[in-house]
Design a protein around this ligand. Structure first.
Ligand SMILES: [Zn+2]
Length: 295
């Protein structure tokens, strides 16, 4: 017992990463549809690059296959891969494979359902441009749900309104660009890069709203995407389609730190749960990317 004492004392004195992120009272997750990680180094995205230089990031996170929308948004929010949650296609509205588990909302448990179960009074929000997101989340578990019906400006305005009025503990914002432009004009085109600067400006507005709400020193902001793209599509196996950005910024997050952890999109829900001190369901397979957090 005596010999253990110095070790126990040391453990008590060492500030853990978990202790650092306990200061995070808000997590805002921005998902930009079709934002290929390949594009970021060359893109004129000052807000995103400021988040990277002041945060922890990788451009090597991977989507699940197929590199399509619904299957990846589901995986990101549900903490596991398609053969377990069952959403397998770009526009899945119901699982093509029966979900291996259902919660009280009759859906595979996403981060929203898990937060509601373990933090019954927490404010949460989902504001999304693509209506397809609405099929994947437990709306009855979420305090504020807004579908902006493919209107990116409305989506931005609503997200800003909700951040300021509700100051949610967890919020997911989905932007449908640059995916539209990727399909219409093609990836690695001038039009795509021009659109990225517009996407960046919207991210800047969200960051400003967090500041205006007076919660910047209690917030972690995350920017990611569901997939990239190649030519005028996605869904395939090229790295341009599969590699997505993972950018984390804010209280307790390391600054200017490229992450060496190997990350797949379903690590997101588990990482968010870890930040909030919430226990992930047994059916989740993601890992918490603790490397992103200051010791
Ligand atoms: Zn997509």
């Amino acid at each position: 017992m005596k010999r253990l004492f110095p070790f126990v004392l040391l453990m008590l004195l060492l500030p853990s990463a978990q202790a650092q992120v306990k200061k995070a009272k808000h997590i805002i997750l921005i998902g930009c549809d079709g934002l290929g990680a390949y594009a970021i180094p060359q893109a004129d995205m000052p807000h995103v690059k400021a988040l990277m230089s002041d945060g922890a990031w990788t451009l090597k996170a991977r989507s699940v296959l197929p590199s399509s929308s619904a299957v990846n948004w589901a995986s990101m929010l549900m903490g596991t891969g398609p053969t377990m949650h069952g959403y397998t296609e770009w526009g899945s509205q119901t699982p093509e494979i029966p979900s291996i588990e259902q919660n009280r909302y009759r859906l595979f448990p996403s981060i929203f359902g898990v937060i509601r179960e373990q933090r019954p009074h927490a404010k949460t929000a989902a504001v999304y441009s693509w209506p397809g997101i609405g099929y994947l989340i437990e709306k009855d578990a979420i305090s504020t749900v807004v579908s902006a019906n493919d209107n990116e400006d409305l989506c931005t305005e609503e997200a800003i309104r909700v951040i300021k009025a509700e100051k949610p503990m967890f919020m997911f914002i989905h932007f449908d660009e640059p995916d539209h432009t990727g399909h219409a004009a093609g990836h690695r085109t001038e039009a795509y890069y021009t659109k990225l600067t517009e996407v960046d400006a919207r991210i800047g507005k969200i960051k400003q709203a967090i500041s205006d709400a007076g919660i910047a020193d209690q917030t972690i902001l995350i920017v990611t995407s569901d997939h990239g793209g190649k030519d005028k599509g996605h869904g395939g196996k090229s790295l341009d389609e599969v590699e997505v950005p993972w950018i984390m910024h804010g209280v307790g997050v390391k600054k200017g730190t490229p992450l060496s952890s190997h990350i797949i999109t379903y690590d997101m829900a588990t990482t968010i749960a870890w930040i909030l001190g919430i226990k992930p369901p047994q059916s989740w397979r993601g890992q918490a990317i603790t490397e992103a957090f200051a010791k």
